[in-house]
Design a protein around this ligand. Structure first.
Ligand SMILES: Nc1ncnc2c1ncn2[C@@H]1O[C@H](COP(=O)(O)OP(=O)(O)O)[C@@H](O)[C@H]1O
Ligand SMILES: [Mg+2]
Length: 289
């Protein structure tokens, strides 16, 4: 097993043996692993949420999203749900794991801002597998294929992800392949639950700024492929992964199960034709050309 970041250019991954790994068991056919953070390696100061590269007890390196950061647990839910929906539809997303974080990890950290973040994030967090020496997507250096670009534009309309612009693509190129990261800003409907079901049918005008829109020449085929892949069962399985402790109390919901049910109902309704977010993407592309 590797003990640190891999040499530049390496495409080798740490293969994790499922020997001592707890599996978080929920009512889902999907199973994510749970690891425990053992070392804070370095902050990633790109966006506002201050994620960090950490090492875990399986010797793997991960990019940790802290529950105590900015948008907090809602960002973790968005990362989990949008990321696993993308994976279920065959889009390349680094493995997502749950991460137990002991606030004692803050002791050896000199930066007080990071100390505070670690202390505010005790408990269950989320992380993506760290892609060593991946580079930020640059449309001048890497041309994504039309089928993938179209499915990604469709996905980001579906999950209302504002964070895939030319300035901030949240796409990495690793081993000559495009990888999706950072879905923390997706699912913005969950910041205001009132009237959420009505909003499921709304378009997503910001799709006009999507970095891959110019490459998305196969939107109709993507619509067929994505709706076939994202069955009601898949949606239910993804939503069932949301841990109780990430769900904030809301007067609309009696318990965590009722809130998970709201996520499921919203996403299923958003998939029903006519899909305004898809029509909006087609329109935005036509205007762009
Ligand atoms: N899984 C990953 N592997 C390698 N680098 C990553 C990974 N996830 C994020 N990064 C790097 O860290 C930066 C910040 O992470 P990101 O998830 O986009 O959070 P935020 O935008 O909130 O700061 C990314 O722009 C990227 O350069
Ligand atoms: Mg980002």
């Amino acid at each position: 097993m590797e003990a640190g970041p891999q040499p530049k250019g390496s495409c080798r991954r740490v293969v994790v043996q499922p020997l001592h790994l707890k599996i978080v068991s929920r009512e889902s056919a999907l199973k994510l692993r749970t690891v425990t953070a053992t070392r804070y390696v370095t902050p990633l100061r790109e966006g506002g949420s201050l994620p960090a590269v950490i090492e875990a007890d399986d010797d793997g390196m991960y990019v940790l999203k802290f529950r105590g950061a900015g948008q907090g647990r809602k960002a973790l839910i968005a990362e989990l749900v949008a990321g696993e929906l993308a994976r279920a539809a065959g889009l390349p997303v680094p493995e997502i794991v749950f991460v137990e974080l002991d606030p004692e990890l803050a002791r050896t950290e000199p930066d007080p801002e990071i100390q505070d973040l670690i202390r505010a994030s005790a408990g269950l967090n989320l992380a993506l597998d760290y892609l060593p020496s991946a580079v930020t997507f640059d449309p001048l250096a890497f041309t994504p294929d039309a089928a993938l670009a179209s499915r990604l534009v469709w996905l980001d309309g579906f999950v209302s992800n504002v964070d895939r612009t030319a300035r901030n693509s949240n796409l990495m190129v690793w081993c000559e392949k495009l990888w999706l990261i950072d879905h923390g800003a997706a699912l913005y409907f969950h910041h205001q639950w009132n009237g959420y079901l009505e909003r499921a049918a709304s378009p997503f005008a910001l799709i006009k700024d999507h970095v891959l829109l110019p490459f998305a020449g196969e939107l109709a085929a993507a619509d067929a492929a994505m709706t076939a892949a994202l069955t009601p069962q898949v949606i239910a399985d993804v939503v069932a992964l949301i841990p109780d402790e990430w769900l904030e109390d809301d007067p609309l919901f009696a318990d965590p199960a009722a809130q998970r049910e709201a996520y499921r109902a919203y996403l299923c309704k958003r998939l029903q034709a006519p899909r305004a977010f898809f029509e909006e993407a087609v329109r935005a592309r036509a205007q762009h050309l």
